[in-house]
Design a protein around this ligand. Structure first.
Ligand code: DAH
Length: 340
């Protein structure tokens, strides 16, 4: 009777072990059959109803059943643990053939690269880099540069006025006046900075852009110094083979004045699509500082002379990097900027 009951318990326990599909289930079986309130314990508690001479035999039977269930249970737990570990390893597998994630490292804007290149060239020639205010008095932007009250540049169509007398500078030439007023001679400076004009945005215009002003004042400065300096600048910026050409022009603050062209660095001057068949590309305005301009800023034109020039920074960047639309420089689209 007892033996049959034990066989039954064992068979049922083993069946449940075999049907377990998780460690928790196996633990349940353990508690239900081997635990303090489990089936086998209940059998042991019923020993008082067994005849005394039968007890050792029944006790041995219970122990054997218990040992068998424990053995099968332990084996199953080990198998189950192994399966769980393998499943986890499959899930967490590291694919060493995957390309590494790239770090996004920022870098300089093409306009900044061009500016630093220009600065490097002039610093190499002994120039100082200075800055002037973007909000200016009419006097510094116009009057002290010989630009008369009725000059078209002073029209509100071209200039952003803050009050009748205060404006956003339309040219970095205003820094010439600030430097001359300091009264420290000689002067050899470039002044990069933002300028403002009331222009509509298109491929070559923006209401805010950048210029680099240059000014040299010393004794015995001549047109030859201007030409030599700017020819060297062009060579360093666009390549050793670059030639320059000066075309007479008019600027109120220089006399004589000129515009400087460089031979197209794409075709070497033969004419191509890039220079529109001209062979030459206009690059800057320049001239000998007007004696009246020197005088207004307290410099004696009998003792001193000088030259000045003004370059558009965006124009340099567009040329150097063959960009055909100025707006790309302001949009800050990383896909575009990444190329430089
Ligand atoms: N300020 C001029 C402009 O905005 C450029 C320029 C021309 C600057 C001749 C100069 C110069 O210093 O000598 O168009």
């Amino acid at each position: 009777m007892m033996k049959e009951k034990l066989e039954q318990i064992k068979a049922e326990a083993l069946r449940q072990i075999a049907a377990s599909d998780a460690l928790e289930k196996l633990n349940e079986v353990k508690v239900n059959y081997l635990g303090k309130k489990g089936e086998l314990t209940a059998v042991l508690k019923g020993m008082k109803d067994v005849l005394p001479e039968e007890r050792p035999k029944v006790g041995q039977l219970v122990n054997e059943t218990r040992a068998e269930i424990e053995r099968v249970l332990e084996e199953s737990v080990k198998k189950m643990e192994q399966m769980v570990r393998e499943a986890k390893m499959k899930q967490e597998v590291i694919d060493v053939t995957l390309p590494a994630r790239k770090n996004n490292v920022g870098h300089r804007h093409p306009s900044t690269i061009a500016l630093e290149e220009v600065e490097r060239i002039f610093i190499g020639m002994g120039y100082e880099v200075v800055e002037g205010p973007e909000v200016e008095k009419d006097y510094y932007n116009f009057e002290a540069l010989n630009i008369p009250a009725d000059h078209p540049a002073k029209d509100e169509q071209d200039t952003f006025y803050i009050t009748g007398d205060i404006l956003l500078r339309t040219q970095t030439s205003s820094t010439q006046v600030h430097e001359m007023e300091k009264g420290k001679l000689p002067i050899r400076m470039i002044a990069p900075g933002r300028v403002f004009r009331s222009d509509e945005v298109d491929a070559t215009h923006s209401p805010s852009f950048h210029q680099i002003e240059g000014l040299v004042i010393d004794k015995n400065i001549t047109l030859a110094d201007l030409k030599g300096t700017l020819a060297e600048f062009a060579k360093e910026l666009f390549g050793e083979g670059t030639k320059v050409k000066f075309r007479p022009h008019h600027f109120p603050f220089t006399e004589p004045s000129a515009e400087m062209d460089v031979t197209c660095f794409k075709c070497g001057g033969r004419g191509c699509r890039f220079c529109k068949g001209e062979g030459w590309i206009e690059i800057l305005g320049c001239g000998m500082v007007h004696p009246h301009v020197l005088e207004m800023s307290g410099i004696d034109p009998e003792k001193y002379s000088g030259f000045a020039f003004g370059v558009g920074l965006e124009r340099i960047a567009l040329l150097k990097y063959e960009i055909d639309d100025m707006r790309l420089l302001y949009e800050n689209d990383i896909r575009f900027l990444k190329q430089f």
